[in-house]
Design a protein around this ligand. Structure first.
Ligand SMILES: Cc1cc2nc3c(=O)[nH]c(=O)nc-3n(C[C@H](O)[C@H](O)[C@H](O)COP(=O)(O)OP(=O)(O)OC[C@H]3O[C@@H](n4cnc5c(N)ncnc54)[C@H](O)[C@@H]3O)c2cc1C
Length: 414
């Protein structure tokens, strides 16, 4: 079967890889000159398989009002636009901000995340992908505020393999937190979580794909339109060229909705801008070895080889992916207050990316109203974590097999 995949980020690449491994012919189409230069470029690097709670949760709308007063330091910032897409997304987000809805969606994400971990394990061990700064280092979410810690500890799903720690246990597990000891109230520890460099992972997948005669990469070519008739996609437009397809997978990140709108398919996917800093390390002293999430500041830290990646913040404000200087300098301040030994954060590489997010925080996988058009979109804050499992499931569906994981809550219809 000739399958075209639109989008050369971590979702498109894992999809292409899984399809080629199952013997399909794949063309991967990427509008940039190289793969993985958009949201998959410098994300937090966390393979957060067990800490998957969606952003939409009880209390978040009220908290967001308070955050508005924190200016550039706000974990979440809303920039209203004259855009029905933005307002519709925000309305659905508000509806998803119920504890029961959050918990239900977290269960869907956990199921997919654990499958994803298993698929990545297979690819690492059986396919020898090469180095992409992968480590099994665990994840520690630290709390400075007693109320948020108590709430997190009370809502913990013990079956997910997470542990509640007091402040002393946090610094025992992660000695780099020692300078913060007096400020910590406790932590939630996921010993089974992992870390890796998403961009490097994408490049390793591409290296393997390029060894296959069944794979073709078209970089620097943007899909400008899709043609359908009799309930199927027939072809796509690449400039003046018309490319015929047997199956088409949409994995174009935040741009996916615009591609499908002309076909009458509405995707509830909106870009949530986030920021990161990448700091080269001259020594590992005082640097966290576990993935650390500073819950109250909503900042994540991960060591990727000889670099420290710091990522944070959500801006709901359209498709502009430029770095906002005010946001970055606040991130530099938060990071140097937390891990000062890492170095001078003013010299860190700055980056911003658009998380392709659904209001509920769950991705959209699988079928659409058109028989041969498939979705692998909307992975929001967890795209790296969920990529391998999502790709595997999509292959099951395209191959007309029962997916390895139940799909409720993970499709456009649900
Ligand atoms: C600050 C930040 C921190 C994050 N931290 C983490 C983390 O720690 N762990 C985690 O799991 N996730 C994290 N994420 C989320 C993760 O990065 C994303 O979910 C993931 O990268 C999305 O991948 P994607 O392939 O869907 O999108 P992208 O990487 O954006 O790829 C989509 C690709 O489609 C291409 N494209 C778009 N339109 C067209 C077209 N018309 N024709 C051809 N090509 C097209 C684009 O050029 C792009 O390369 C973070 C995100 C941000 C912003």
């Amino acid at each position: 079967m000739r399958i075209a995949v639109i989008g050369g980020g971590v979702i498109g690449l894992t999809t292409a890889y899984a399809l080629v491994c199952r013997g399909h012919q794949v063309e991967l189409i990427e509008k940039r000159d190289q793969i993985a230069l958009e949201t998959s470029f410098a994300n937090g690097g966390q393979l957060s398989y067990r800490y998957v709670s969606p952003l939409a949760d009880a209390g978040v709308p009220l908290q967001a009002l308070g955050w508005m007063l924190r200016g550039n330091g706000a974990p979440l910032r809303f920039r209203p636009k004259i855009s029905t897409r933005q307002w519709r997304w925000c309305l659905r987000f508000l509806l998803a901000c119920r504890r029961s809805t959050n918990q239900r969606n977290a269960r869907h994400l956990l199921r997919l995340a654990l499958h994803s971990q298993e698929i990545l394990r297979r690819w690492r061990e059986e396919d020898a992908l090469g180095d992409f700064a992968w480590r099994a280092n665990g994840k520690l979410v630290i709390y400075r505020d007693q109320t948020s810690f108590d709430k997190a500890a009370a809502g913990l799903d013990a079956s997910a393999g997470q542990l509640v720690l007091d402040a002393q246990q946090c610094t025992d597990i992660e000695p780099a937190l020692q300078p913060l000891a007096g400020k910590l109230r406790g932590g939630i520890y996921s010993p089974g979580d992992e870390v890796a460099d998403c961009h490097l992972f994408c490049r390793r997948l591409l290296q393997r794909l390029e060894q296959s005669p069944n794979f073709r990469l078209r970089c620097g070519q943007a899909v400008s339109g899709l043609h359908s008739d009799h309930g199927r996609v027939r072809s796509l437009m690449l400039g003046k060229e018309q490319l015929e397809v047997d199956h088409l997978v949409i994995a174009a990140g935040a741009a996916s909705g615009a591609l499908l709108q002309p076909l009458g398919i509405e995707l509830p996917v909106y870009p949530l801008k986030g920021y990161s800093l990448t700091l080269p390390l001259s020594s590992h002293a005082g640097i966290p070895e576990t993935n650390v999430t500073d819950y109250d500041n909503k900042v994540v830290y991960a060591r990727l080889g000889d670099q420290l990646r710091v990522a944070a913040m959500v801006d709901i404000g359209g498709w502009d992916a430029n770095v906002d200087r005010g946001r970055i300098s606040m991130l530099q301040r938060l990071a140097s207050d937390t891990f000062p030994a890492a170095g001078d954060y003013r010299s860190a590489t700055q980056w911003a990316g658009l998380r392709p997010a659904t209001p509920e925080g769950t991705p959209l996988l699988g079928a659409t109203a058109l028989g041969n058009l498939w979705l692998n979109v909307g992975h929001g804050s967890l795209g790296f974590t969920l990529a391998c499992g999502s790709a595997d499931i999509l292959c099951d569906l395209i191959g007309d097999q029962r997916p390895a994981v139940a799909l409720d809550g993970l499709t456009l219809a649900s």
